[in-house]
Design a protein around this ligand. Structure first.
Ligand code: S3P
Length: 172
């Protein structure tokens, strides 16, 4: 599989709670590739947490930083890269991903996403009165864009190892 991939990276896209970081880390181990989480890299570069970056600089600045970080990481590839849920929405970022990697949309149902995001309350976009309605609205806007990814894998409500296997199968 490494030979098939050549110098291309695997880039996981999809909504918050889709399992991009967990699946990505395990996938990288399986493939013997480096794993990076774009959100963590942004936090390290900024010296701030993502909620703080949103609060202090606003979402547009976060998106600029996100694009820079993803471009830098992909240039240093090949690697497995978990992106933040909004990254793939920006055309320039999408183009970098298309040039350097194989994109994998981890698609999940609303209830699965909600169950997972409730475990980690660090998503500024979901700090709304009705997070589930917000997530539903995000699904509506973003799903058509995520659908441009090279591969779609259902992030089912089973062990993440099974999802990793599904991604491996979809890649060959
Ligand atoms: C965002 C998703 C988050 C993070 C930021 C914005 C989004 O990443 O980048 O809170 O726009 O969907 P995860 O998808 O890893 O939660």
């Amino acid at each position: 599989l490494r030979r098939v991939l050549g110098l291309r990276s695997i880039v996981l896209v999809g909504l918050m709670g889709a399992g991009k970081s967990t699946v990505g880390r395990r996938l990288a181990t399986r493939l013997g590739l480096l794993f990076k989480d774009a959100d963590n890299e942004i936090e390290a570069a900024a010296g701030l947490t993502i909620p703080d970056i949103f609060a202090i600089y606003g979402e547009p600045s976060f998106r600029d930083g996100e694009e820079r970080v993803i471009t830098r990481l992909l240039r240093a590839g090949p690697l497995v890269l978990a992106t933040g849920g909004g990254a793939y929405l920006r055309p320039a970022t999408r183009e970098h991903i298309r040039e350097r990697g194989i994109s994998v949309w981890l698609k999940a149902d609303l209830d699965v996403l909600m169950r997972r995001v409730r475990k980690r309350g660090n998503r500024p976009l979901l700090q709304t009165e009705d997070p589930e309605a917000t997530m539903r609205a995000l699904m509506e806007v973003r799903h058509p864009v995520y659908a441009e990814a090279d591969i779609v894998v259902m992030s089912r409500d089973v062990s993440q190892d099974r999802v990793v296997e599904d991604v491996m199968e979809a890649l060959v």
